[in-house]
Design a protein around this ligand. Sequence first.
Ligand SMILES: Cc1cc2nc3c(=O)[nH]c(=O)nc-3n(C[C@H](O)[C@H](O)[C@H](O)COP(=O)(O)O)c2cc1C
Length: 374
Amino acid sequence: MADLSVTVDGLKLPNPFIIGSGPPGTNANVIAKAFDEGWGAVIAKTISLDASKVINVTPRYARMRAGKDILGWQNIELISDRPFDTWIEEFKQVKNKYPGRVLIASIMEEYRKDAWVEIVERCQAAGVDAFELNFSCPHGLPERKMGAAMGQDPEILGEVCGWVNAAAKVPVWAKMTPNITHIEEPARAALKAGCEGLAAINTILCVMGVDLKTLRPEPTVEGYTTPGGYSCRAVRPIALRFVMECARLIRAEFPGRSLSGIGGVETGDDAAQFILLGANTVQVCTGVMINGYSLAKDLCNGLSAFMDKHNFKTIDDFRGHSLQYFTTHADLVQRQAAAKAAAAAPKPDGAITKDTQWQGDKFVEQTEKLVSNQ
Ligand SMILES: Cc1cc2nc3c(=O)[nH]c(=O)nc-3n(C[C@H](O)[C@H](O)[C@H](O)COP(=O)(O)O)c2cc1C
């Protein structure tokens, strides 16, 4: 059986599957459940210092289906509405109960150095193993210049990462927004400012649809809506593209930094694709909301079966393998022209490949070259 364990930024995980920040890591109870079910690590729901500013609405989800299958999921949920002090107590409880497991705090604050330094210092004093900086929530908090609003501004993001890295004694990952044209720009700013790794992607800003009976867009709250974040299977191709771009940036400019792939993972085969494109770990959020925490076992079994099929013994045996097959469109055209020319050309030994190559004065010689039992 393949070895699924990974060591990333010094953190030892039994497998690469991490609960992505969101409802599946929203309190100590569910975090414990995730560890009991075998998840490699948990990233808790994003927290800030003042939860009283966080006010959620209901309903806050809308789904895209194909028959019974859920393909896409919109949420207009904010970060955690639970008090910061409660979270600090729960981080301590979880680390006491699961000292060997990896607990990562997802944090988000306004553009104020003292706020970022305070949240980092208090969380690490509570024992968290790493931080993920949420620069990517697309709704609600950008109105306070938090989340994606910060993640879309490489200069501000770099400055905030600098504050965090100066205060943090544990690894720091910057979680990137996909709601941007060139993810390399904020990603480079985060890595230049000393972050150990990147995580990509958060949700994609979307409008799920309009109810054709009521003519109201969904999810409808008191008759109105606001654009939300799209996740689940439908976003996987977009996530893979962003992960590929982050991986290429890391290889070219920041070798050794880490990458956590996120977006639409529900099977071991899905995860294998993120790893083939350079991810060290793979996060799952909506997949847990649909399938429950026991999904960890299916993911491990699926990834292990993929590895056995290819005779890969460890995750590092194939991490980033498929990056070499990306090139430009112009290069694809050239490669195809070269392949066609090679197919049409006579074989090096002069054996003919097409009937037009037969020549009267070489006919017997050419025939000889086609005989297998010379
Ligand atoms: C209901 C919901 C709440 C989420 N809340 C957070 C959050 O608090 N912080 C965060 O960084 N990402 C949050 N996310 C984004 C996920 O962590 C993840 O980046 C995204 O959903 C794509 O992965 P998935 O397809 O596996 O869900 C949330 C996603 C959903 C669906």
